[in-house]
Design a protein around this ligand. Structure first.
Ligand SMILES: Cc1cc2nc3c(=O)[nH]c(=O)nc-3n(C[C@H](O)[C@H](O)[C@H](O)COP(=O)(O)OP(=O)(O)OC[C@H]3O[C@@H](n4cnc5c(N)ncnc54)[C@H](O)[C@@H]3O)c2cc1C
Length: 353
């Protein structure tokens, strides 16, 4: 394993970086740092991504060259959405992230500080340590139960028509890069998350008996940003609260942010923490948490109504709310437009939350 490495190279400070966690965020950051000439150690117990990842097609350009994905038009409520959707071929994205500048250590971290990580295989000391070990600290969860079927079907981002009485869930149906289709009954946000048995029963009530390999999804959507004066390892990805509280997405943002972080590393820990969570992002996070609170207050019927209104908004509002992590004005404009379009009973819930 490498020794501490902090050298001045040309006019740039090249720093030794440890990234703990080999999910999308960890690899995005490791690649970006290696491209800037930083010496990177990536600590990852496994070497595959098992989840099915999607991003909006206009965000797929953030992935490294060589990444592959399948693009599709998707329905949201009763309409085809203006933004296309991209489902990632995980192995190709992982291969595209690899770089000779990244030393991969197959281990788990048992402890981390700002400058060192204790691993199951020993200790690694470097200039800066990033914790990209995923989301753990939230309370509101997104859960889903999906079945992979061989035959193609209509692609659906969200179909909120309810298959039976009970908690609100929606169908997410997307093509996979290998030609199969993932059909997933999803509970967007609930505390605690809806159980897999109930999700499976609702999927079968909606589509009949579908059989095939199963994907189970469970992760918190309300992981808060680290405190402004946080110490210790620098959190990144879902571990840093990058998951959108009202959608559960974070993969595109991790790839968007990684090069910015890599560019900032030479300016020290405080600058890096600030660039991950600038005040604009903190403000947008609070607004998105208002959105999450509204969702938690809606009945099953109101979910359908709410998302029909959202997907009827002009694309600039949809993009701002779904993808504008630092876009305060865009997020406010989208929320205002939704409020204006909403009937009185939904407005009351938006105000109360
Ligand atoms: C099944 C599923 C589907 C999802 N689909 C989408 C989607 O379509 N689009 C989207 O944007 N988001 C999606 N999400 C939400 C979120 O974006 C993902 O959770 C995403 O994987 C977060 O990336 P990450 O790298 O921050 O964390 P993770 O992917 O959770 O990666 C963390 C990694 O760190 C490793 N690790 C944990 N502890 C240690 C340790 N102590 N030492 C070393 N390694 C450690 C873990 O093994 C893991 O490999 C999905 C989540 C799940 C669970």
């Amino acid at each position: 394993m490498r020794e501490t490495l902090v050298v001045v190279w040309w006019d740039r400070l090249v720093v030794g970086v440890v990234v703990v966690g080999g999910g999308p965020a960890g690899w995005a950051l490791a690649r970006a740092c290696a491209r800037r000439g930083h010496a990177v150690t990536l600590v990852a117990p496994g070497h595959r991504w098992h989840a099915t990842y999607g991003v909006w097609a206009d965000e797929a350009r953030l992935l490294p060259p060589g990444s592959r994905w399948v693009t599709t038009r998707v329905r949201g409520g009763g309409r085809v959405l203006p933004r296309e959707y991209a489902v990632l071929d995980n192995d190709s994205v992982l291969a595209a992230c690899a770089s000779p500048g990244i030393e991969v250590v197959r281990a788990r971290a048992t402890a981390m500080t700002a400058g060192s990580a204790t691993l199951t295989t020993g200790e690694v000391r470097h200039g800066m340590v990033f914790d990209a070990t995923g989301a753990r600290r939230g309370e509101v969860e997104q859960t889903a139960y999906g079945v992979i079927v061989p035959e193609p079907r209509e692609a659906v981002f969200m179909d909120w028509r309810q298959p039976t009485d009970g908690p609100a869930t929606f169908l997410y149906a997307i093509p996979l890069p290998d030609g199969r289709m993932l059909l997933e009954e999803t509970s967007l946000a609930r505390e605690p998350g809806l159980g897999f048995d109930e999700l499976r029963d609702r999927l079968h009530a909606r589509l009949g008996e579908v059989t095939g390999p199963v994907e189970r999804v469970r992760f918190p959507v309300d992981v808060p940003p680290p405190p402004r004066r946080a110490r210790g390892p620098i959190r990144f990805g879902a571990a840093a609260g990058l998951v959108h509280p009202a959608t559960g997405f974070s993969v595109a943002d991790a790839f968007r942010l990684a090069p910015v972080v890599a560019d900032t590393i030479g300016r020290g820990q405080r600058a890096v923490r600030r660039v991950i969570w600038p005040w604009r992002a903190r403000l947008v996070y609070q607004l998105r948490m208002r959105g999450l609170a509204t969702l938690l207050s809606l009945t099953a019927t109101e979910h359908e109504e709410f998302f029909d209104l959202f997907f009827a908004l002009p694309v600039r509002h949809q993009r701002a709310y779904l993808s504008g992590r630092t876009d305060v004005l865009g997020t406010v404009a989208a929320m205002t437009a939704l409020f204006r379009a909403a009937p009185a009973h939904l407005r009351r819930k938006m105000i109360a939350s």
